[in-house]
Design a protein around this ligand. Structure first.
Ligand code: PRX
Length: 659
């Protein structure tokens, strides 16, 4: 834990309260306040309510198996298939003509997939995967932008029991290779390119470069043709197949959904941690799907007849849980948009809300801060009256941004759910149930029913309301990660070591966030307390960025911290010591930025690169990141007496902030 309590205290804010309208409460999926008590009294059987939202091949008998903590198992003697639950059953239930996916390209072209269309394409692609040799339990990597073929490929993998590992399209070739190597993945589905602010981007070049870094034989690659005539003319290699050709070959094919054990892996998702190596978070079929369906029902209030839009990218957990699995399990219409919010104009998102009469909209605080900066005239141009509920996720939302969202997007009529969760939790954990609880801007809300989240001190003792402490989760839940891929030891060290008491058999999950609780049990998340920073809702490990910088010729040492940023929430500040003989100039700065983009992707691009002859270090040689953060944030500098080189602090401060 790098954060001192004093620093957490400084992030506390005053709170106001807003009530959901009677109209909303009357129609809400969940509106009975007793649900909290009911779940508590009935725990863990309360989770049957989530599992009941699914169709099981073999009904489970055991809700929770905790015989090998913290390797919890949920619904473990049941079997099911996620693709069947997200597609086939809606077709069978008479909803084949309901729209499953509404896709909008950056240039305004649209594609509509009914559940029948989705059924056909998922089957055909599942057949194609099988023909290529993909077997049950083999990891298929999907390195794709926001095209409909991405959810189709995910569901096709799920159909044949092959876990997918989606790599965000904005990640670099190196990041792709690292993830394919870690998962020992022999198959890749990718795309020729996509559009960003009017430009066609060459994605296949990056994918091919990534493939060169894969340390084992890759059996086959499938390439979606998104760009057509705007493409870059790459020839496909012998083991590379064009998506459309494969689909033509498989026309009319059907693949029976494979009966999966509830605890069988559904997918892997890599995320950043404290060390440089990304963590392969493992999610399973039964618990994850039940949990995302349940939270989509209870928190997002989704109904089959809704048009729902989550503006995240499927390359992140938010897109997995709340563009693909949760909404499709419930048979809702889910919207996918390829491009950016400001292309061709800053009203693009509102244009889409109006066009499709979106009922429920889910986005990130960083986007809301950008909308706020652009001004209310953009949403005012559009009819947003179809909206019923708004949500946010990914980082703390400041009350000003919350209120702007509530007023200018929701017309003060839509409840706003501020949902705290993580890649590891699979789904939402702390947020208001919109049909039950009042909202307090800046505070996510109480833990959801059945979730035992607490705010504790460094000893794990619960602390009084109003004080800053650390968030823990003291009981398991169905959507939780099961382990880190092929690394049980790291799973225990990263999440359970801090607060569990193994001798007493008390297992406590530590998400590495600071938080506080108020008298009503509402939790305000204060941000990460490890070396992870949150840039525009994207989680980046400072160590990953540092190792990319140290790999640049002429760099001796680097320290990366997050500095406050008006729109991004946090931005990357890099403090760099050069090797003898290298001058820290703009040329080198350029190479450092490029080095970070090559190793991770443009999202990790440093906002500032500060050259310094030394870094502030304690006598034991540990870099004092807290001081570097204070400098980046232009805050008052705290205690420097434990430093062996206190004089360097003013020196760096002058470089960053000027005299
Ligand atoms: O610090 C918390 C922050 O995002 C982290 C999880 O990042 P990731 O695994 O990438 O998942 C993001 C989308 C679920 C958390 O540890 N975070 C997420 N949601 C919130 C949040 N911080 C404050 N308020 C939130 N609503």
């Amino acid at each position: 834990m790098s954060d001192g309590d004093g620093e957490l205290e400084a992030r506390l804010v005053e709170q106001e309260e807003f009530e959901p309208s009677d109209e909303f409460v009357e129609q809400a999926n969940v509106s009975d306040p007793d649900i909290y008590e009911e779940f508590e009294e009935n725990w863990p059987d309360c989770w049957e309510r989530a599992a009941d939202l699914l169709d099981w091949d073999e009904e489970y008998e055991t809700v929770l198996d905790d015989s090998n903590e913290p390797f919890y198992e949920w619904f473990s003697d049941g079997t099911l298939n996620a693709s069947y639950n997200c597609v086939d059953r809606h077709v069978e239930n008479g909803d084949k003509n309901r729209v499953a996916i509404k896709w909008e390209g950056e240039y305004g072209e649209t594609r509509t997939y009914t559940y029948q269309d989705l059924y056909r394409e998922v089957n055909e692609f599942a057949a194609a995967l099988r023909d290529m040799g993909v077997e049950e339990d083999e990891v298929v990597t999907l390195y794709m932008p926001m095209v409909p073929e991405l959810p189709i490929a995910m569901l096709a993998c799920a159909r044949i029991g092959a876990p997918h590992s989606v790599v965000f399209a904005g990640f670099s070739a190196d990041a792709l290779a690292t993830r394919m190597n870690s998962a020992n993945s022999d198959y890749l589905v990718t795309c020729d390119g996509y559009y960003r602010r009017g430009d066609a981007l060459d994605h296949l070049e990056k994918a091919n470069e990534g493939l060169e870094g894969v340390d084992h034989d890759v059996e086959a690659t499938v390439v979606v043709n998104r760009l057509g005539d705007d493409g870059f003319g790459h020839e496909l290699a012998e083991n590379q197949h064009d998506w459309d050709d494969l689909m033509d070959e498989q026309r009319g094919e059907r693949v029976d959904p494979v009966e999966r054990d509830a605890e069988d892996m559904l997918f892997l998702m890599y995320t950043s941690g404290t060390t440089g190596e990304p963590k392969g978070v493992k999610h399973t079929t039964g618990g994850y799907l039940a949990y995302t369906a349940w939270t989509s029902h209870a928190v997002l209030d989704l109904k089959p007849e809704d048009t729902y839009w989550c503006s995240a990218d499927i390359g992140w957990i938010t897109g997995h849980s709340y563009i693909v699995y949760g909404p499709l399990a419930l048979g809702t219409t889910t919207v996918m948009y390829e491009g950016t919010p400001d292309f061709p104009e800053r009203d693009r998102l509102w244009d889409i809300v109006e066009k499709y009469a979106v009922d429920v909209f889910y986005t990130a605080p960083t986007a809301i801060r950008a909308f706020m900066k652009w001004g209310s005239k953009f949403p005012e141009r559009r009819d947003l009256s179809s909206l019923r509920l708004l949500g946010t996720v990914g980082e703390p939302i400041n009350p000003r941004a919350w209120k702007w969202y509530y007023k200018h997007i929701g017309s003060e009529e839509c409840p706003v759910v501020d949902t705290w969760w993580q890649t590891e939790t699979g789904g939402m954990m702390i947020t208001t149930l919109p049909g039950v609880k009042n909202m307090k801007p800046g505070s996510a809300g109480p833990p959801l029913p059945g979730i035992d989240a607490r705010i504790v001190d460094t000893e794990g003792e619960q602390i009084e309301p109003g004080r800053a402490g650390y968030l823990t989760v003291n009981k398991p839940w169905p959507g939780m990660l099961r382990t880190l891929y092929k690394n049980d030891e790291r799973f225990i060290n990263e999440y359970w070591a801090e607060y569990s008491d193994e001798d007493a058999d008390e297992w406590v999950y530590f998400p590495e966030d600071g938080a506080k609780i108020d008298e009503d049990g509402y939790m305000t998340i204060l941000g990460r307390v490890d070396d992870v920073i949150n840039v525009s809702g994207h989680r980046l490990g400072t160590m990953e960025i540092e190792s990319a910088i140290v790999g640049v010729e002429g760099v001796a040492e680097a320290a990366v911290v997050g500095g406050n940023h008006e729109v991004k929430g946090e931005a990357v500040y890099a403090y760099v010591i050069t090797e003898d003989g290298y001058e820290g100039d703009d040329e080198m700065r350029g190479r450092i930025v490029e080095g970070v983009e090559d190793a991770i992707g443009p999202i990790a691009r440093p906002e500032q690169v500060v050259f310094t002859p030394e870094l502030p270090k304690t006598r034991s040689g540990k870099i004092m990141r807290r001081l570097l953060e204070e400098i980046a944030n232009e805050e008052e500098i705290g205690d420097t007496t434990t430093l062996r080189n206190p004089e360097i602090v003013t020196d760096i401060q002058t470089k960053v902030q000027g005299d």
